[in-house]
Design a protein around this ligand. Sequence first.
Ligand SMILES: O=C(O)CCC(=O)C(=O)O
Ligand SMILES: [Fe+2]
Length: 288
Amino acid sequence: MTSYDTIAVEPLGGSIGAVIRGVDLGAPLSNAQAAEVHAAFLANSVVFFRDQDLDDPERQKRAARLFGEPVAIPFVKSLDGHPEIIDIVKEAEDVGKYNFGGNWHTDTSFLETPAMGSLLYALDVPPRGGDTLFADLYAAYETLSDGLKRSLEGMTALHSGIRSYGSQSKFQGGRNTSVSMAIDANEEGDKLIEHPVVRTHPETGRKGLFVNPNYTIRFRDWSEAESKPLLDFLYAHAIRDEFVCRFRWERGSVAVWDNRCLMHRAVNDYEGHRRHMRRVTLQGDRPH
Ligand SMILES: O=C(O)CCC(=O)C(=O)O
Ligand SMILES: [Fe+2]
């Protein structure tokens, strides 16, 4: 167990997630604090902070730079003047609609260089519900049999945004999109990108599964029908209770996740209430 001198780190889930106390993300951190926050981020895969004030988008970007380099993402309209920031909103009037991030996924795995992570800040939360779930893809890999590990290590998978941002987009024509979000689905979303099925984290050196139900289409050289049973097995395995951490938001809460070694999903259980989050996405590298 790592010990920390300048911050308090309270573990949350059985295998990932920790709440960090004693840090004001809006103010400059000492070098020692910044190093400990970064170590806690790598050790827990997702870290949470309470009672932060990042309403100013510049402050939120400054906070995000503690973890990585802010980057613009395609398809989702960004905040005016801040291409690296998106508002994730579901309005009280958005009845019967899908919520953004509502299926298990790894952010932008349809890109050659998927996001390294994100810093998500809560501006408005429903009176109950609206939690976010995170699943540990290191643990998912480590608990497979040696035989399946060996088979998967030689494999790659094709990822695409087609069902979210391409020609089969569930958001097409404003369908399923909040009245307050704009998603520009187009043919760029149909591209197929190849990634290893097991990736080695560039900073921790640990191996993790790297497939997700939103964007992984099939294994390379396998058909979709052939891929589906094994992918479904891997997804069900990865979201076992003991690998999942659940976070209850308050206004001013922050989550920073490591998109290289987990999946996440936003729970859609607050119909009739408003939820407003703001995300800075961080630049990633090519999975190996
Ligand atoms: O709204 C949330 O809790 C998370 C949405 C999501 O998937 C994301 O911001 O990447
Ligand atoms: Fe996401």
